[in-house]
Ligand binder design. Structure first.
Ligand code: ADP
Length: 323
């Protein structure tokens, strides 16, 4: 293998840039040429591809976002789109591909691998819902962003004796909400994986008020049903019995941005470097993950077979700490 390509695809997160940098620099170190593919699978189909050198990834380790851009590409779900991508790869003389992204992007990588093209995946998603890795690139930085917001909101919540609903990202995965709730000292965490009825939320808020707390912080994953807005409406109606008045903060896309944390920079560097090494070692069709403090290969088919289950021990821990 002489020339490999690298792309970032799907939802963006902090940590993509250090990962691209690591793929490029390890690739060059191993004597490969490395091509940067812009806008994920869309740029792969359209041939938006440039050669990268050590300098083209200079100064990006601390930058959020992705210098290659990312995209969602409906055409790639179809065989025709993927055949088009294969033609582009041939045209540019690319013999192996490193795909960085979440479950969707890794599914795309698996499809390419099944068509006979050497492909390796790197898990990068703030949802932390990919199997075969304890943690995905971007999660740590997103958690730190949420914690910063929780700390600030606590200050204002305490000053005014308020309950706050802080909504985090996570349509199907409660990981960000759960871990930011534990580490941010929240009074309650609401996640899609656990059913919590609104009466129980009211009870928590009332108890916090009666016990003399100056605030009540509730972290809500965006995928929790009945939903943040419905909960806010009901809490506002019952404000007199709850004690606290209620406010809502939706953190939204700030969770995807920012300078990657030290943890994410190191994780991205390790996994990016490992991906380049494993690709030329012939371990295509795998994902490089981080398991028990080491790089571990998992077949892509296993990595995307089902969404990772929420850690029940962490859920238990949250319950104990929410006092
Ligand atoms: P993420 O990688 O963050 O989970 P998406 O689920 O949006 O993001 O997937 C990103 C892109 O990966 C999609 O727009 C599509 O191009 C490609 N992709 C996702 N799933 C598949 C699949 N089953 N087959 C082929 N390509 C896929």
């Amino acid at each position: 293998m002489k020339r490999i390509g690298v792309l970032t695809s799907g939802g963006d997160n902090p940590g993509l840039n250090p990962c691209i940098r690591a793929v490029v620099r390890m690739g060059l170190h191993l004597g490969l040429e490395v091509m940067g593919i812009h806008r994920g699978y869309a740029g792969l189909i359209d041939g938006e591809i440039d050669e990268m050198d050590a300098r083209s990834v200079g100064g990006i380790i601390g930058r959020g976002g992705t210098i290659l851009g990312t995209a969602r590409c409906p055409e790639f779900y179809d065989l025709q789109g993927r055949k088009e991508a294969l033609r582009t790869l041939n045209r540019f003389g690319i013999e192996g591909l490193v795909a960085i992204g979440g479950n969707g992007s890794l599914s795309g990588a698996l499809e390419l691998h099944r068509m006979g093209f050497p492909t390796i995946g790197i898990p990068s998603t703030i949802d932390n819902d990919v199997n075969g890795t304890n943690i995905s690139i971007g999660v740590d930085t997103a958690l730190n962003t949420i914690l910063d917001a929780i700390d600030k909101i606590k200050d204002t919540a305490s000053s005014h004796n308020r309950a706050f609903l802080i909504e985090t990202m996570g349509r199907d995965s409660g990981y960000l909400a759960l871990v930011s709730g534990i580490t941010g000292g929240a009074e309650l965490v609401l996640i899609p994986e656990e059913k919590t009825v609104i009466d129980d939320v009211c009870q928590t808020i009332e108890d916090a008020y009666i016990r003399g707390k100056t605030h009540c912080i509730i972290i809500v994953a965006e995928g929790w049903g009945p939903g943040t807005q419905e909960l806010a409406n009901q809490l506002q109606e019952r404000q007199n019995e709850l004690g606290f008045s209620v406010r809502v903060t939706q953190l939204g896309h700030v969770q995807r941005g920012g300078s990657p944390s030290a943890f994410d920079r190191l994780l991205a560097t390790r996994l990016g470097a490992a991906a380049a090494r494993e690709l030329i070692a012939g371990n295509e069709g795998h994902m490089v993950g981080w398991v028990q403090n080491d790089v571990r290969l998992t077949p892509l088919a296993e990595a995307i077979a089902f969404d990772k289950q929420i850690d029940r021990d962490l859920c238990e821990l949250a319950r104990v700490m929410e006092k």
